[in-house]
Design a binder for this molecule. Structure first.
Ligand code: GLU
Length: 552
């Protein structure tokens, strides 16, 4: 046994496997497709950027590939209970379902697990041990105090802080010295023995193109004193053994890419392909900045759920950011499922797109306009039950009535686009529900109270909820002469002075009386849904109000 082997054994007496064992346990995958992963930390907060990368992972693997969920829970301080369920629930509400990996409440599926990093300690130890045996990693006994003093000195001298060069004192301990200290029970971390190459490292990023970066020169920690690896080492080992083909992640990781490349090399791995995604930006006082967890509510994925954007709205919106040809495709393929889109990593923009609320709203309006009334009722109901229980009570009191309310102007080739998200619904629909209806107390421009009352009186004499739009309008025209109104708009425009008003003004009276609003969907349909009793009582109450108002 060499001295290095003795040292490695003392550091990892319990490791009973070799890297070859793991290579055999997790053989290269047979499916030819891309293998991607979403690898969140269980902090309970999902940033829109996380959802963005998960959606890219999902689409990149859609053609016969694998998209798995791995939990990066090595930082136990940041862990929040129930976070995994929240992540899974979050993903599925946006229509993203991993095909492998963590499935919640301690369960997982797939042959490449465990998919929870805290359960992979043995694996990391095995690879760390093998690096020590080869002299590619070493134990470092420097205390926290010593390291922070080092960082201070380096900063004062204008150097980038890091365990390198003359500062890397434990690097030059002989294996025997190191062994003695390990055996004496001193606490240590394990560090990579960096090659300190003077050459640049070149990576062909799937999104950013060719990256040329200075090589790593730091003896980074690969195993902490508690035997848990930091991100870089866990990433290299996991993505290799889980046979990830594409590591898709935020571009804040580019700075550590040289270290990751050096780790792959030291471990004897072929590096996966990298795709670094630019962050979603926003403008503030004319400056572009990243969407911030602290400052922007829309940075958190829960914002969209609370506002009631449908899952596919958010996903489709993210696709407009991901591939600029998406919108064109969607126009040409309005009924296609998202996974039919020929998504391409190469077409992703290398610089950060601006978050565009107007576009999100447009996507939402389009998506909701395409749903049938019953689906809208169900989705809106589910949202309201959670986020607006009073409104839910109103909607659910008479489901059939609500479905007919939602049926108005839906299903034709020009459906209404008045809701971008479910929280818009209450305002759009309120006048249909007596508990929310706010009667108008004003008259349309140019209409006298007595005339309005007369219009209503005449209208109610002949109104029949079964009338179609044309019959309805003919009836409104027919009452005009009795009120001194002109039934023909052309004629009225020619000589308005000769009439007390026009048929358009008569309709406006009826609309305001029935709905309290000056703009609504087709009034014939609205009245038919409101029902004769409601129409009668609202119209009569309005007539009384405006007439009384005039007489005072
Ligand atoms: N756990 C890392 C994060 O949440 C994952 C980064 C990656 O995808 O590699 O930022």
């Amino acid at each position: 046994m060499t001295d290095l082997e003795k040292l490695a054994l003392a550091m990892y007496p319990d490791v009973d496997k070799t890297p070859e064992d793991y290579e055999n346990l997790y053989p290269p995958r047979e499916s030819g497709g891309a293998v991607t992963r979403f690898a969140p930390s269980p902090t309970g907060y999902m940033h829109l950027g996380n959802l963005f990368s998960a959606s890219i992972d999902f689409l990149a693997a859609k053609d016969g590939g694998t998209f798995y969920l791995r939990l990066e829970d090595t930082d136990k301080k940041r862990e929040v209970e129930g976070a995994v369920e929240k992540i899974l629930d979050g993903l599925s509400s946006f229509g993203i379902t991993p095909t492998e990996g963590v499935t919640g409440s301690g369960t997982e599926t797939g042959d490449y697990g465990p998919y929870v990093q805290s359960m992979r300690k043995d694996i990391y130890s095995c690879y760390a041990k093998s690096l020590v045996e080869k002299g590619l990693a070493y134990p470092c006994f420097c205390t926290e105090e010593k390291l922070s003093a080092m960082r201070e000195e380096q900063t004062a001298a204008g150097e980038t802080p890091g365990y390198r060069g003359k500062w890397a004192v434990c690097r030059s301990l002989s294996p025997q010295e190191a062994l003695a200290r390990v055996e004496a029970g001193e606490s240590y971390v394990v560090r990579l023995r960096s090659e300190r190459s003077a050459n640049k490292v070149t990576v062909d990023d799937c999104i950013k193109g060719r990256l040329e970066l200075p090589s790593n020169d730091t003896d980074a920690v690969i195993m902490k004193a508690d035997g848990i690896p930091p991100y870089a080492f866990a990433h290299a080992v996991d993505d290799h053994l889980m046979r990830t083909t594409h590591v898709i992640r935020g571009d804040e990781w580019i700075a550590s890419l040289p270290l990751h490349m050096e780790l792959h090399k030291a471990l004897g791995f072929r590096a996966p392909k990298y795709a670094h995604i630019a962050p979603i930006m926003k403008t503030e006082n004319g400056n572009k900045r990243k969407l911030s967890k602290r400052k922007d509510p829309e940075a958190g994925v829960s914002f969209y759920k609370e506002a009631g954007y449908t899952g596919d709205t958010v996903l489709e919106y993210l696709m407009t950011i991901a591939n600029s040809n998406f919108e064109q495709w969607r126009k040409q393929n309005p009924d296609a499922v998202l996974t039919d889109f020929p998504f391409s990593l190469k077409k992703m923009s290398a610089s950060g797109a601006l978050f565009d609320f107007d576009k999100l709203e447009d996507v939402g309006k389009n998506r909701i306009s395409r749903l049938d009334a019953r689906t809208v009722y169900e989705l809106l109901g589910a949202w309201a039950e959670e986020f607006d229980p009073d409104f839910y009570g109103i909607l659910a009191k008479d489901p059939d009535y609500s479905v007919s309310v939602l049926s108005i102007d839906r299903g034709g080739n020009k459906p209404r686009k008045d809701m971008a998200k479910w929280s818009d619904a209450k305002d759009v629909l309120s006048f249909f529900y007596d508990g929310l209806f706010e009667p108008a107390a004003v008259l349309p421009d140019g209409v006298e109270g007595a005339d309005a009352a007369k219009i209503i009186e005449e209208f109610l004499k002949t109104y029949d909820p079964a009338d179609d739009k044309n019959v309805w309008f003919e009836k409104v025209k027919a009452i005009c002469p009795a009120v001194g109104y002109c039934a023909d708009m052309k004629e009225y425009k020619k000589s308005p002075g000769e009439y007390r008003g026009s048929v358009a003004m008569a309709s406006a009276v009826l609309r305001l009386a029935a709905t309290g609003r000056t703009q609504t969907p087709d009034l014939t349909a609205v009245m038919a849904v409101l029902g004769i009793d409601r129409v009668r009582s609202r119209l009569s109450a309005y007539a009384e109000l405006v007439n009384a108002g005039r007489e005072e």
